[in-house]
Ligand binder design. Structure first.
Ligand SMILES: [Zn+2]
Length: 419
């Protein structure tokens, strides 16, 4: 099926005037030292093993980069094509979405016969060649993977695709796997059904969290499909690492969430309100902690300096959900712990909370008792999903009625940054 085509050349020039090479490279995770009043960026080349900063962005040509080491010389689109292994039209499409110059579905004319989309690229190497905590083979998610994840989770497929394009989401072919203590390699666990799963991850490879693409529980082969003993989520690596911290770059706005599903939901809502006037997808960095129990790693703190960080408090289900006592506000305690750490690191931090699982009076009372810096915003008390169950995190808001999802309260909570 070919949808309505749009003028690729015109869109390309709009994107070119909206983005600089420095912004694109920073968005891609490069660390640049800025000179000439911020018009020239120098850093290590992403296309070769660069020991000294040989890579120049901007300067005379604001949309180009050049490497004095390996000689690459690209404009923003060529750069994105090479870095993301996508074709030209796809690069224009992705950058248009990130720049906020085109909002909505974009369908290009069918490519010429014989031109194929590049295959899924290996994102993380086999355990044997990996230096970081050993992870199984991961692949950059393809379009159809993103659509399957979006369908299973009620998300906007384009938002999932943007998460994948930003290397925050990858795919592993078989799950669960276990790592051999003997040789460090990954093996499939015998007696368990194998499923493709998606991983919340970033380019540091410090930690990854895996879930089935179809959002199901894992089942043991001999127990049949009714087996409910299997885990829904599985993670490896160090959970103290905030996913995406190293990709904040020069952005000053950070949305901090907890858990892979909330990370995808964050992209879902940022895309919903992304516009040329408010380029949320480009200017807001999504950072994700995998688990509420831990402090953030100290070596991640420098990335947050000078940022305005909004923490979406996750109302983790207490053991006894009827009790709702102050002592059970696990997600709030985690958010407060991170707030303290981030404030010490030089970030301005705000907490906000959407949902119903916690009693809002307890939330306010707890917050005052802790004498936490600033206030906590409580967005829409008593919020319920479309099926009548209680909202406990951002992922649940995706399952509210369209009226709630499009409400001013939710929009303001997600767009609270000044532009
Ligand atoms: Zn180079």
């Amino acid at each position: 099926m070919i949808g309505a085509s749009i003028d690729l050349a015109r869109l390309r020039e709009e994107v070119r005037s909206a983005l600089t090479m420095i912004r694109v490279a920073t968005f891609d995770g490069l660390t640049l030292r800025l000179e000439q009043g911020g018009n020239l960026g120098k850093g290590k080349c992403p296309f070769h093993e660069d020991k000294s900063p040989s890579f120049i962005c901007g300067g005379k040509f604001r949309d180009r980069c050049h490497c004095y080491g390996c000689g690459v010389d690209y404009d923003i689109f060529e750069y994105w094509q090479k870095r993301r292994s996508v074709d030209h039209a796809e690069a224009v499409r992705q950058l248009a979405g990130l720049a906020g110059v085109y909002f909505g579905e974009i369908t290009f004319e069918k490519p010429k016969a014989g031109v194929k989309r590049s295959p899924g690229k290996r994102l993380v190497d086999d355990a044997a060649s990996s230096v970081k905590p050993s992870l199984p083979s991961l692949y950059q998610a393809k379009r159809e993977d993103c659509e399957a994840i979006a369908k299973a989770r009620g998300l906007d497929a384009e938002a999932v695709w943007i998460a994948a394009a930003n290397k925050r989401l990858a795919v592993v072919k078989e799950w669960p796997l276990y790592q051999s203590k003997h040789n460090g390699l990954w093996y499939a666990k015998q007696g368990w059904e194998q499923h493709r799963c998606w991983a919340a991850i970033d380019e540091t490879r410090n930690v990854a969290e895996y879930r089935r693409i179809d959002n199901g529980l894992h089942t043991r082969v001999n127990q049949g499909p009714d087996d409910d003993k299997g885990p829904k989520v599985w993670s490896t690596g160090g959970k103290k690492w905030p996913l995406g911290a190293a990709q904040i770059g020069d952005r000053k706005r950070v949305l901090l969430v907890e858990g892979g599903p909330d990370m995808l939901a964050a992209y879902h809502f940022l895309r919903r309100w992304n516009s040329a006037r408010r380029p949320l997808l480009h200017d807001v960095a999504v950072v994700c902690m995998l688990g509420a129990g831990l402090r953030m790693r100290d070596d991640a703190m420098a990335y947050f300096k000078g940022c305005r960080v909004r923490i979406m408090v996750d109302a983790d289900q207490p053991k006894d959900s009827e009790t709702k006592t102050k002592r059970k506000l696990v997600g709030l305690e985690a958010a407060h712990r991170w707030q303290t750490q981030l404030a010490e690191a030089g970030a301005a931090v705000e907490l906000f909370y959407v949902g119903d699982l916690y009693n809002p009076d307890h939330v306010r009372e707890w917050h005052e008792g802790e004498r936490a810096a600033g206030e906590i915003e409580i967005v829409q008390e008593g919020l319920l999903k479309a099926d009548g169950s209680k909202v406990k995190d951002l992922n649940d808001v995706v399952h509210c009625t369209e009226d709630v999802q499009w409400s001013d309260d939710i929009r303001e909570a997600m767009c609270a940054w000044d532009f």
